[in-house]
Design a protein around this ligand. Structure first.
Ligand code: ADE
Length: 242
C-alpha cells in the first residue's frame, strides 16, 4: 500500500517510523511519505492560511497550496488515490472503515489545521478522486495529524504480513461487531485474584464458547449500541441463550 500525508507539521508524524508501522515500512509492505504543505507555497512567508470569509475567529487554510499538493501527489490521468480528510464533521471512523481502507492501493491524507481547509479544495478534489472525511470522535482536535496516526495504525495492522499472528485479528474487539472477552496470562493467581478456571481447563471448545458469551455480555453491558446494529444472522441460538 502507498500512503502520502500532507501536513504543515510533518514532525508530528514521526511515530510512523516506530514499532510495527516502522517495520511494515522497512519490509516494503507500506510505502509511506510525509510532505510539508509549505513546499507548495511561493511567498517568502510560506503562507498557508488566511482570515475566513464571512468573519469569525481563527484562520482557514488557503486553497492554492493544497491544490498544487494534490495535483502533484494525485496527478490527473494517473489512477487516483483515495483522499482522506480528517475532520470532526466527517462520519466516525470504525473498524469496518479500517478494513475498507486496508483494501485500497493508495491513500492520501490531507491534514487540516486552524478552522479547516477551504471547502473548494475538497469539492475540486472530489471531481478527480474519491474523498472521505473522517472523524475520530465527537470532540475537536487541533488538527488532523493525530487522526492520521490513529487511522494508519488501525489500517496497517490489517495489511497482510504486518501482524506476526494474523489469528489475533479474528478474535479482537470489533472484529465481529462485538467486544472481546478479557484476557489473562501467568501467574494463575495474583493479589488474591484468580484466572477463570475454564481458561486453564485445556478444553478449547468450551474456552471458545466462554470467550464468545463473555464478549457478548460485555458488549451488552458496555456498548449496547453495537449489539443493536448486529445483523440477526450474527447471533446463533447459543448466543441468545447467553
Ligand atoms: N480534526 C479536528 N478534530 C478532529 C476529529 N475529531 N477527528 C478527526 N480530525 C479532526
Amino acid at each position: 500500500m502507498r500512503v502520502d500525508i500532507v501536513s504543515i507539521f510533518p514532525d508530528y508524524l514521526a511515530p510512523l517510523d516506530l514499532s510495527l508501522i516502522g517495520r511494515a515500512r522497512s519490509a516494503g509492505l507500506l510505502k509511506l511519505a510525509v510532505h510539508d504543505l509549505r513546499r507548495w507555497t511561493h511567498d517568502v512567508h510560506r503562507t498557508v492560511d488566511d482570515t475566513p470569509y464571512g468573519g469569525g475567529p481563527g484562520m482557514v487554510m488557503r486553497p492554492e497550496p493544497w491544490g498544487e499538493a494534490l495535483d502533484e501527489l494525485a496527478p490527473p490521468g494517473a489512477p487516483p488515490p483515495r483522499l482522506l480528510v480528517p475532520s470532526p464533521a466527517g462520519p466516525r471512523f470504525t473498524q469496518a472503515m479500517a478494513h475498507e481502507l486496508a483494501a485500497e492501493p493508495h491513500l492520501l491524507f490531507a491534514c487540516g489545521r486552524y478552522e479547516g481547509i477551504d471547502q473548494r479544495v475538497i469539492e475540486h478534489a472530489a471531481t478527480r478522486m474519491p474523498v472521505t472525511e473522517i472523524s475520530l470522535g465527537d470532540y475537536v482536535l487541533f488538527g488532523g495529524e493525530v487522526a492520521v496516526l490513529v487511522v494508519l495504525e488501525a489500517v496497517t495492522r490489517l495489511l497482510p504480513g504486518v501482524l506476526g499472528n494474523a489469528g489475533s485479528l479474528d478474535e479482537e474487539s470489533h472484529a465481529n461487531g462485538l467486544l472481546e472477552a478479557p484476557v489473562y496470562t501467568k501467574p494463575p493467581s495474583w493479589r488474591g485474584l484468580d484466572v477463570p478456571d475454564i481458561l486453564r481447563s485445556g478444553d478449547h471448545g468450551r474456552i471458545a464458547r466462554w470467550r464468545r458469551s463473555t464478549g457478548l455480555l460485555r458488549t451488552a453491558e458496555r456498548r449496547p449500541d453495537l449489539l443493536a446494529t448486529l445483523p440477526p444472522a450474527a447471533l446463533d441460538d447459543r448466543d441468545r441463550a447467553a
